[in-house]
Design a protein around this ligand. Structure first.
Ligand code: AMP
Length: 226
């Protein structure tokens, strides 16, 4: 690790692979700042900021926002949280974004500790999308048939109203999955080539996936302190 107990981690995976939930666990367990670029962008749009306005068109078509805009979101958010550890959820999503991130970290004299990819088969992802709901207040995702029974339930975490994300539709999912194959798989290959990539089977129960990721980071950190 770069400094004791400071982890700088990237979490990659196809849409609905569980990145958001796993990033939350890592943030809690390891005291990291969790940055979901998707949530940060939605927040900018809700607040009507200039950055949010630049994202609106791509977001409304479930397309990626331009690379430099996504990097600006990361720079802004992490900059506002000082120099501690972080887990990036949903960034970088294109090869150019990974180049921007690598250069940005080098400029700060830092490096990523690990890039973790959650592997989940496409069929499992589609089944998840069909059952996913999200809290309109705290953004926590839930699965119908898991902690909630229907869209009419209140959020188990904060009591907020449950809703479906407008990109949680199987056809929209397929478009995003295709985009993942075309644009994000090269990011995975890049980090694999430089020895930073760690693969985790994301098709298991969320707790099992979390345990694997935590064990993996722990062993990485022990390796580095040897
Ligand atoms: P997510 O919540 O991660 O599924 O992201 C929702 C939407 O936010 C995506 O469909 C994109 O429009 C945008 N977005 C999030 N992260 C990025 C990124 N790294 N690059 C470009 N667009 C992004």
């Amino acid at each position: 690790m770069n400094e004791s107990s400071v982890f700088r981690v990237v979490l990659l995976g196809p849409p609905a692979s569980g990145k958001g939930s796993q990033a939350k666990v890592l943030a809690t367990e390891l005291g990291l700042f969790h940055l979901s670029t998707g949530s940060a962008i939605r927040d900018h749009m809700a607040r009507g900021t200039e950055l949010g306005e630049r994202c609106r068109e791509s977001m409304s078509q479930a397309r990626l926002v331009p690379d430099d805009v996504a990097m600006e979101v990361v720079d802004d958010e992490i900059g506002a949280h000082g120099g501690g550890g972080f887990v990036l959820d949903g960034f970088p999503r294109t090869l150019h974004q990974s180049e921007l991130l690598d250069a940005w970290m080098t400029e700060r004299g830092q490096e990523l500790d690990a890039v973790i990819v959650l592997d989940v088969p496409q069929g499992d992802l589609e089944a998840r999308v069909a059952r996913r709901v999200v809290c309109a207040s705290c953004s926590q995702p839930f699965r119908i048939g898991g902690k909630v029974n229907s869209l009419n339930d209140a959020c188990p975490d904060c009591g907020g109203e449950l809703t479906r994300r407008n990109d949680d539709d199987v056809n929209v999912f397929r478009g995003r999955f295709q985009e993942y194959l075309e644009r994000t798989v090269p990011v995975i290959e890049h980090y694999e080539a430089i020895g930073k990539l760690r693969r985790v089977d994301g098709s298991r129960l969320p707790d099992e996936v979390s345990q694997s990721i935590l064990a993996l980071l722990k062993s990485e950190s022990e390796e580095e302190t040897k």
